[in-house]
Design a protein around this ligand. Structure first.
Ligand SMILES: Nc1ccn([C@@H]2O[C@H](COP(=O)(O)OP(=O)(O)OP(=O)(O)O)[C@@H](O)[C@H]2O)c(=O)n1
Ligand SMILES: C[C@](O)(CO)[C@H](O)COP(=O)(O)O
Length: 233
């Protein structure tokens, strides 16, 4: 049984508006996606890594990320698609010699603060349930509104913010992705594709620092998290 990490990094970073795709922005001198990959490269539990990036950026990724950081577990750099879901599907289809019981972690290329503990706990969850979803409890009160008018207040202690990694047996997640593609279902995460088929996905408690770098203020937070961890070291 192999453990495979798929790192989707094929977005356009529209909300960041940086002029280059945000996964290649530098955080304290290192591209965000290289910081993310480094955590999986360092994991003794992970065998193979597939990075998914826009087709035009594959040579840049190969030279400036993979070669420049001497990563040894990258098996392929795969072209992405229009939406995250299309990119992950391309990654799943590109996995070489995949067996149904192999474990696949899907992790956003722009979440560089993933930890070894999250990786280990989500792999363990994928072995005992239909999947493991790293998530954190919602801190604020959440409202549902339609046309600007509040129409519901869900009970907060049932609410979680989905992060990544989201981790599954290869057979389960490949089947969920192929069915979604066949039916034209588009979700915003991996777990929802398994949930809609009745899969039981276990929550793995994550960390509020495991942010998805999405908008410019996230870069400020990310630099602060880095300097905090440097001070501790
Ligand atoms: N077509 C896409 C879109 C997103 N992603 C990846 O999925 C992760 C989460 O996506 P998000 O933060 O939404 O990134 P972007 O799509 O780049 O952002 P935006 O929606 O602002 O354009 C990122 O690592 C991103 O590169 C991807 O691989 N392929
Ligand atoms: C997968 C994800 O990061 C979980 O929070 C998120 O759903 C991605 O969403 P986006 O639409 O790509 O921002």
């Amino acid at each position: 049984m192999k453990v495979i990490a798929l790192i989707p990094a094929a977005g356009m970073g529209k909300r960041m508006g940086a002029g280059i795709n945000k996964q290649y922005l530098l955080l304290s001198g290192t591209p965000i996606v290289a910081r993310t990959i480094a955590v999986f490269e360092a994991s003794p539990l992970v065998d193979d890594i597939y990075v998914i990036t826009p087709e035009a950026e594959i040579p840049f990724c190969r030279e400036q990320v993979v070669a420049a950081h001497c990563f040894t577990k990258i098996r392929a750099i795969v072209p992405g698609g229009a939406e995250r879901q299309h990119s992950v599907l391309n990654g799943l289809r590109a996995v070489r010699d995949a067996a149904a019981d192999d474990v696949v972690l899907v992790h956003d290329g722009v979440r560089p603060f993933v930890t070894q503990e999250m990786i280990a706990n989500s792999i363990a969850a994928a072995k005992t349930a239909d999947g493991g979803l790293v998530a954190v409890p919602v801190k604020d009160t959440v409202k549902i509104a339609a046309d600007g008018i509040v129409c519901g207040t869900p009970q907060r202690d049932t609410l979680w913010l989905a992060q990544t990694p989201q981790t599954f047996r290869y057979g389960i997640i490949r089947n969920a992705y192929e069915q979604a593609a066949g039916e034209g279902f588009l979700g915003t995460d991996d777990s929802s594709l398994v949930e809609r088929l009745g899969g039981k996905v276990q929550v793995v408690v994550g960390d509020y620092r495991n942010i998805k770098i999405t908008t410019p203020e996230d870069l400020v937070l990310a630099e602060a998290f880095l300097s905090e961890s440097n001070q501790k070291a």
